[in-house]
Design a protein around this ligand. Sequence first.
Ligand SMILES: Cc1ncc(COP(=O)(O)O)c(C=O)c1O
Length: 441
Amino acid sequence: MTRSKEQNRGTPAASQSRHYHELAKARIAGGVNSNVRLSSAPVCFASGKGSRLTDVDGNVYIDYALGMGPTILGHAPPAVTAEVSRTLALGQLFAGQHTLELELANQFCACVRSAELVRFGLSGSEMVQAAIRVARAFTGRPEVIKFEGHYHGWFDNILINMSPPVAAEGNPIPRPRHLQSGGQSAHASDDFTVLPWNDAGAIDQYVGANASRVAAIITEPIMFNTGGILPKPGYLEHLRRVTKEHGIVLIFDEVITGFRVALGGAQELYDITPDLSVFAKALGAGFPVAALAGRRDIMEMFASGGVNHSGTYNANLVSLSAALASVRELSANDQAAYKRINCVGKALMEGIAAAGRRRGVDLQVSGLPSAFHTCFATRPIHDYATYSSANQKKLGLFLSALLESGVRPTSRGTWFVSATHTDEDVALTLDAVEQGLQRIL
Ligand SMILES: Cc1ncc(COP(=O)(O)O)c(C=O)c1O
């Protein structure tokens, strides 16, 4: 692979991508099919292989967006595409069962410590809804606690306080509810309460007074959607203790962390067993598959408790075979994929932070080697307020400079690492970071 910097010819304004974007806008709302992409540079990609993407102008990028996290084995991973191709000839969808379902369920439950029973679906958003529904049915309580800055999908009830204004003086608990979309029902989130994350006192204060109403607490175990913020030591344990004490269902949203930060997700990394957890993204290596898993007595409610979880395309053969191959690859050779990911990610995190220090820039790098976040802020990022203090304009200029050098983190400054990123990728990336920082000084 030649040096991506030399191949690029001035992204993202390159002519074919621009042309495509103009045509697409005339036929597809905004020219994109997910609103998250509205904030990305309008690059039209032709193909991806391993750690690299090629756009329609022939520019090559070292990709750290990885489809917003899923393609942990790189683009078009041979073991996964071969398995999917093999099952294509068997049919796609039977409105009935297939042996691959049980095979994947067994493999999944062997990886995920909290998984006694599992259901498969297609997206994180919908499985979060299933988790909330079954938690309410199980407890007979209405209320769900979510945290400021956490994202759990785009559905009306839970698309709140992902990026709210920073809490006013006095840090009210709970936070005022902040809707995040035009057309969103204000009432859908009536039973949701928003608290600051990583704040054991806020949990004690709110749950202490309202426990009998609270069905569930849902949390990203690592706050990857806002600043790559790690849980404070003891915080997840505190959530586990309080929820157990009050009969509240603890839901880990492992859509990003699952099969990424460890084979068994953040629950393995932090040695915590939630009651329910939601998986998607890295589970399917780029194919649409998601899972809700957890305690047998709660998950049984889908079988005998009258709780509905449905979906025409659930457990279709493409999704099942992709997930099976993906989990197999991630487990292979004593989990060599994670060793590679962590080694590359560590070199990137350290190299990027060192470049910032060398240039005297207020560049902050937070998270874990498998997924981390970069932003420009005078203080380390440890909560929603510090994240919100980051200089978005500077980040935008830095990301544009990186893209022009052929390096592509997400448009929010998150970097996902795959098992196919090479030492050469790291060296080229750190070169691009140096140049990018020089450009914004
Ligand atoms: C933590 C988390 N939960 C849920 C979702 C929603 O998943 P999906 O986009 O598959 O619906 C996302 C998506 O980025 C996420 O990051």
